[in-house]
Design a protein around this ligand. Structure first.
Ligand code: COA
Length: 157
């Protein structure tokens, strides 16, 4: 049974492939004030040190969330994370990031970094619940608003 408001979601995880991008770009545009373009996603997928994950509905294949990151030695830089706006506040963001951390861990990732807008309290609460801690500020990081970025870090044993 496909994921619906009153039903639990059964999900599958895999790497993002080019054919996922139209659905991803749609979620991206509904999620961010400065969304990545399809071309930007395609460029990131081609990077040798880049990795990605898509969380899809097990029954109908609909994209429920995605994330992209870089791995450099034991450091992981999380670039982009979003959950389909129709399926938020159901634990899927936490599930997606938990899977990301497990996959990056298998590839030697130990310290995870990400930037988040100080105004994005939902994302900060999610990261906080996973053990990320604020470790610094990147001044004027977001070109669209001139906002600083909060730098968060998670270190796993
Ligand atoms: C941030 C985002 C990925 C969270 O996804 P989600 O599936 O709704 O998150 P979850 O349901 O797994 O929530 C996990 C925890 O995060 C926190 N959280 C998530 N959304 C929240 C909100 N709107 N307000 C407050 N806390 C929130 C809560 O602590 C929540 O735990 P709880 O439900 O037990 O209280 C989603 O809101 C999103 O895609 N936002 C737009 C894109 C974005 O901001 N990406 C991050 C950029 S740095």
């Amino acid at each position: 049974m496909p994921c619906a408001p009153s039903l639990p979601c059964h999900v599958t995880f895999s790497r993002i492939e080019i054919h996922h991008l139209p659905q991803i770009v749609d979620i991206e545009q509904r999620s961010f004030t400065s969304p990545w373009s399809l071309r930007q996603f395609a460029m990131e997928l081609a990077r040798p040190y880049g990795d990605s994950i898509i969380m899809a509905d097990e029954d109908d294949g609909r994209v429920l969330g995605y994330a992209l990151w870089w791995v450099v030695l034991d450091e992981v830089e999380i670039l982009n994370v979003a959950v389909n706006p129709d399926f938020r506040r159901r634990g899927l963001g936490r599930l997606l990031l938990t899977e990301l951390i497990a996959r990056a861990d298998l590839n030697g990732g130990r310290t995870f970094f990400l930037e988040v807008r100080p105004s994005n309290l939902a994302a900060q609460a999610l990261y906080d619940s996973l053990g990320f801690q604020p470790v610094g500020v990147r001044p004027l990081y977001y070109a669209d608003s001139g906002e600083d970025a909060l730098l968060m870090r998670l270190t796993i044993e």
